[in-house]
Ligand binder design. Structure first.
Ligand SMILES: *Cc1c(COP(=O)(O)O)cnc(C)c1O
Length: 344
């Protein structure tokens, strides 16, 4: 397939949107889904009063397609992303997308954008962004009746261009990402702008991201920006459990792999007091798989927690990272059935 590939400097592309050949769309009108359509426009026409614009009635997903060592293209855990999109949709009164429609959309999108799938070993991947948005114009606050499902693809660069680098995180109490019983467990548009200020403060203080605590008591670790938190302590993989955390599919995969490596997995509330005990700490998500954390600063007390030598990823995080990437790139057998091979 390499001869048909578009020419892009795969190593130096970042995370900005790069237009591809097309995207795929399907419209839900009068209570029914229409036909899947291919659209060459990178724009979308939305009524001024649409519920997505005013009331945040929108849900999305983020998954990746990898060209493997054998030339096959694998989509990672598409079924899990589908399930999560349905859960998000239901939580904010949007219709669920039929499984067949979702699967067809991903397959069609990849077929049409085959030339944009980055080559194996470039470190770049094709990011897929399904989204479901409320389209009905309403002046009063109420859910839409009509919805648009769009999936677009865009190549994204390697997260760590020159080796995995640990980052520093800022833990704050003054900002919440979501409400205790709100929509934190869903990937819905309305959850993210509320975290912008905390992220802005963290970045302007020189940190990679903000660590959000549980919004009710501010005593438990919840999320690292838009990534899950995990820690290694001896033989244990520890990750927070809470209704206001978005259940990361990367985290779920790492838990399975941790068990495979003989670790015990604890998914439970993680009090701030435990930060002093951890051997390794990291953030995880589709974007970077694992971002090791070398330092967490408590903004309010000034206390700093340090992990590892500040330069390298910890040994267990490294093993988990390598194993997950090996599955994504087809270097080891996919015994969990996580990857969907699109082109053979
Ligand atoms: C998407 C997301 C994650 C990571 O989930 P993955 O399925 O691993 O990509 C974590 N936290 C938040 C808030 C997210 O939006």
């Amino acid at each position: 397939m390499s001869k048909d590939r578009v020419e892009l400097d795969w190593q130096s592309i970042g995370f900005d949107y790069i237009e591809t050949a097309c995207n795929v769309r399907c419209y839900y009108r009068n209570g029914a889904w229409g036909e899947l359509e291919v659209d060459k426009s990178a724009e979308i026409s939305i009524p001024l009063g649409a519920s997505c614009l005013h009331y945040g009635q929108e849900a999305f997903e983020g998954l990746k397609a990898f060209e493997g060592v054998d030339g096959r293209v694998r989509v990672f855990r598409a079924d899990d992303h589908y399930e999560r999109l349905c859960e998000s949709a239901e939580a904010i009164l949007m219709p669920i997308i039929p499984k067949e429609l979702f699967d067809d959309a991903i397959a069609l999108l990849l077929e049409k954008n085959r030339a944009y799938i980055p080559p194996y070993q470039s470190g770049a991947t094709l990011y897929l962004r399904p989204m479901l948005i409320g389209m009905t114009p309403n002046v009063v606050v109420k859910p839409a009746q009509d919805f648009t499902f769009v999936v677009y693809a865009t190549p994204v660069g390697p997260y760590f261009r020159s080796g995995i680098r640990p980052c520093r995180m800022l833990m704050m109490r003054d900002y919440d990402r979501v409400a205790p019983r709100g929509t934190g467990h869903c990937k819905v548009g309305g959850n993210y702008a509320s975290g912008f200020m905390a992220e802005h403060i963290a970045k302007s203080e020189g940190y990679a991201s903000a660590i959000f605590l549980d919004p009710l008591t501010k005593t438990y670790i919840e999320e690292c920006g838009a990534a899950n938190f995990f820690a290694i302590k001896g033989n244990r993989y520890i990750t927070p459990k809470s209704q206001s955390i978005l259940p990361s599919i990367t985290n779920k995969s790492l838990m399975t792999l941790a068990r495979e490596l003989g670790l015990e997995v604890e998914e439970r509330p993680v009090p701030i007091g435990e930060l002093v005990d951890f051997d390794e700490v990291g953030a995880c998500g589709t974007g970077a798989v694992i971002t090791p954390i070398a330092e967490i600063k408590d903004y309010d007390t000034g206390h700093t927690y340090k992990y590892g030598n500040g330069e390298e990823i910890g040994a267990i995080s490294r093993k988990l990272y390598d194993l997950l990437q090996a599955i994504q790139y087809g270097r080891v057998a996919d015994k969990y059935g996580w990857t969907l091979s699109i082109f053979n």
